[in-house]
Design a protein around this ligand. Structure first.
Ligand code: ARG
Length: 280
């Protein structure tokens, strides 16, 4: 194998594409149950603080020129703020979510209803358990799909058939990174950033083959949910604590937009979890 010289800091001009996001204000946010290792009901969480941090996230998207639509929060669904889990929308087609845990079951139909009421006519109620964009990340030519903790393998096939896009399965192995979007994010232009330790050996090999130029994150950045980021092709909205990743992004020509979502992290969520992309 030939060893290639280390890459120089990028002088590439990255360009942003305007996105349309769906978000849910965390008015009823709380940590009252534990369905991932980040959640501690005894420690609780502060909904007021969560709302303030969430508003700063929404404002960051608006300042970048993106469009943000809102779904009404429902009392008794404290995790509904994590809109990414509500569906997967590609080419105007909506592959609905079917949540793993009973605590979140009602969110699937709530998001599907919003889609129908807002002009999406092709909405599939899935047969198989899947948590929307938490486990499905869309690139130009392929959709990456996580399994191991939440989304079932059969849902990967169901999504591929419904959306007509190739779906590549990736196996998650670390319970801290229970959704694919906690361990990997698309950078635009067909590249990704990820934390290798979250994946099985075979899935790591798949990622190396598909993305030889990927930005690899260290565990300390993954451990503050730094990979739960949103990139528009140029700007990367990312947890501020992920300082190593932020430096790496900058050296690759991306523009980091740091945000503080520490209150929402008490439920195991970050910027991407709060953000569902509506792809026309
Ligand atoms: N408490 C939520 C759960 O465990 C957090 C979901 C985070 N969402 C995400 N897209 N990773 O289901």
């Amino acid at each position: 194998m030939t060893v290639l010289p280390a890459m120089e800091p990028s002088t590439v001009e990255r360009s942003a594409l305007r996105r349309h996001f769906l978000m849910c204000r965390p008015e009823h946010f709380a940590v009252t149950y534990a369905i991932n290792p980040w959640m501690d009901p005894a420690a609780g969480a502060d909904a007021g603080r969560a709302v303030a941090q969430w508003e700063a996230l929404r404002d960051a998207y608006l300042a970048l020129g993106h469009e943000v639509s809102l779904i009404d929060p429902i009392e008794g669904l404290p995790d509904m703020v994590f809109a990414a889990n509500g569906a997967l929308v590609v080419g105007g087609r909506v592959y609905g979510a079917k949540f793993t845990h009973p605590e979140r079951h009602a969110e699937g139909p709530a998001y599907a209803a919003w889609m129908r009421e807002n002009g999406f006519s092709e909405v599939l109620e899935p047969q198989h358990t899947n948590e929307g964009e938490g486990d499905f990340l869309t690139l130009d030519h392929v959709i990456l799909a996580g399994t191991g903790f939440r989304t079932h393998l059969a849902a990967h096939q169901e999504a591929q058939e419904f959306l007509g896009r190739p779906v590549v399965t990736l196996r998650l192995v670390d319970p801290r990174f229970y959704h694919l979007d906690t361990a990997l994010f698309p950078l635009g232009g067909g590249n990704v950033a990820y934390y290798p330790g979250a994946f099985s050996p075979g899935s790591r090999a798949v990622l190396e083959r598909l993305f030889p130029e990927a930005i690899l994150a260290a565990e300390e950045d993954a451990a503050v949910l730094g990979l739960n980021a949103v990139c528009d092709g140029r700007n990367v909205v990312v947890n501020a604590e992920a300082t190593g990743l932020i430096a790496a992004l900058r050296s690759h020509g991306y523009e980091p937009v740091p945000v503080d979502l520490s209150e929402l992290r008490k439920a195991g969520g970050g910027p991407k979890c709060c953000t569902l992309e509506l792809r026309a």
